[in-house]
Ligand binder design. Structure first.
Ligand code: NAD
Length: 442
């Protein structure tokens, strides 16, 4: 039985290891975190994603976790590659240490697969030289970069159904990787060279980041013309060759918000990419501006943040724009309470719904969780009933009928001075000016 050692048992490494185990490989999962290893060997999961518990049950007979790297036929690296946010440069220490852990065991004909996202040329300049400390030259061992594109919340589905890019140091390496992944990948597999594979992964997410940045800029320009950007984007996307993404409160996660910096860290030709990052990073500042506009001079204002994960319907808060928004709000003297039924650990306390809205003046929806749509706004007990919807997510009629005054990011509606003045004087739960109290246009 072919033996595969998967290094890193996180969001990517664990499902990959289990898919391989289910496909008939003998899989040894290695993680430096003893708690992860213990949890898995006790038959429990430390991460959640749809279908993972069922897959774990099916795959366990071919899977074991441990903290040390064994001899294997194939080594697959899926360790973190975070961004150092201060200097905006990739931190490749985990990849370096994974390669250091592998090379003493490397034998002729072994295949090493790097799944972790890395800057272009990292395989050639960093990883392969460490593996060559084994005494083998690249080519005597096989090496492939297979970037992962699966999205949290649909990880397993996408791991099986997405097309894959595999960049090998030579054709034999790439073909070996193809035969490994073909055991469970139903999407198409495209072969290329290592650096192109690294580059492709990064330009995909950079393209999305730029597309979101232009949507965010459109949202702010639309406000100046009294145009609803959501309707405008929808109509523009009727054009057969236009596909504008949605505006929002900023970009999170550790792919789209990070990969553009990986792509550009060794290049000086990067104006548009960097500008797009800055536009997306500035969106929490824009949301604070909307809050200021809406709440006027309410004394001791309290905000309730709906959703702190970086994306809808998941628990992952990495690089979430909610964090910057909350910090900015606190710096301006707002009290902030968070509500996110998907998230249990976060930099700020996360409350249940009643506690999060109690005595609050304004809900600021940052993440468009599906279950927010099922909240009955009439039942919320708040001091004032304001709502800022940065995702155009909630049903306006329902919330307006419940007495909420709503500002949707990019809706082109400017609140009248009169409505703003009245805001601070509202008695508890009294109906606030409905949509007619907002004035359209500049
Ligand atoms: N999570 C995603 O949705 C996603 C999507 C596409 C690509 N990626 C990329 O996949 C890679 C892995 O990301 P993740 O989200 O799975 O990370 P993660 O943080 O969820 O898990 C990584 C695991 O690796 C372990 N680890 C660290 N150093 C190790 C070492 N030397 N040996 C063995 N284990 C080690 C950690 O303890 C941790 O359990 C990253 O490069 C990431 O950018 C992630």
């Amino acid at each position: 039985m072919t033996k595969i050692c998967v290094l890193g048992l996180g969001y990517i490494g664990l499902p990959t290891a289990l898919l391989l185990a289910k496909s008939g490989f003998e899989v040894i999962g290695v993680d430096v975190n003893e708690r992860v290893v213990k949890t898995l060997n006790q038959g429990q999961l430390h991460i959640s994603d749809p279908g993972l518990p069922e897959l774990f049950e099916e795959a366990r007979r071919n899977f074991v976790a441990q903290t040390v790297v064994p001899e294997a036929d194939i080594y697959l690296i899926a360790v973190p590659t975070p961004l150092n946010a201060h200097i905006r440069v990739s931190e490749l220490g985990y990849v370096r240490s994974a390669a250091e852990m592998i090379y003493p065991h490397l034998r002729k004909g072994n295949l090493v697969i790097l799944e972790s996202t890395v800057p272009p040329c990292a395989s050639e300049k960093l990883v392969i030289p460490i593996l060559e400390k084994s005494g083998l030259k690249a080519g005597e061992f096989k090496y492939v970069h297979c970037p992962e594109r699966a999205i949290p919340g649909k990880t397993l589905y996408e791991m099986v159904h997405n097309d894959r890019i595999m960049g090998g140091i030579d054709n034999e390496s790439a073909e070996s990787a193809r035969s490994v992944y073909s055991s469970y990948v139903q999407g198409r597999i495209y072969l290329t060279d290592v650096t192109t594979a690294e580059f492709v992964k990064l330009i995909e997410n950079t393209y999305r980041d730029i597309n979101i940045a232009i949507a965010n800029e459109f949202a702010q320009v639309a406000e100046d013309y009294g145009v609803n950007v959501w309707e405008a984007v929808d109509l523009a996307n009727k054009h057969p060759r236009v596909n504008i993404l949605q505006p929002g409160p900023g970009v999170g996660g550790h792919c789209i918000a990070v990969d553009p910096w990986f792509l550009t860290e060794c290049s000086a030709k990067t104006g548009l990419i960097q500008l797009s990052r800055e536009i997306n990073d500035s969106m929490p500042n824009y949301v604070i501006h909307l809050v200021r506009e809406m709440l006027g001079d309410i004394r001791e204002p309290t905000l309730t943040v709906f959703g702190v994960s970086y994306k809808n319907d998941i628990s992952d808060t990495r690089e979430t724009p909610a964090l910057k928004f909350i910090q900015l709000a606190e710096n301006e003297g707002y009290k902030v309470k968070c509500y996110d039924p998907h998230v249990s650990t976060f930099e700020y306390p996360v409350y249940d719904l009643d506690e999060a809205v109690r005595d609050s003046d304004c809900i600021v929806l940052i993440t468009g969780h599906d279950l927010f749509k099922r909240i009955d706004p009439a039942k919320l007990s708040m001091r004032h009933r304001y709502l800022i919807d940065t995702r155009n997510h909630l049903n306006k009629a329902t919330w307006t009928d419940a007495g909420f005054e709503i500002k949707t990011l990019g809706d082109g509606l400017v609140r009248s001075e009169a409505s703003r003045g009245v805001a601070s004087e509202q008695p508890e739960q009294s109906p606030l000016p409905n949509s007619k109290a907002t004035t359209k246009g500049v």
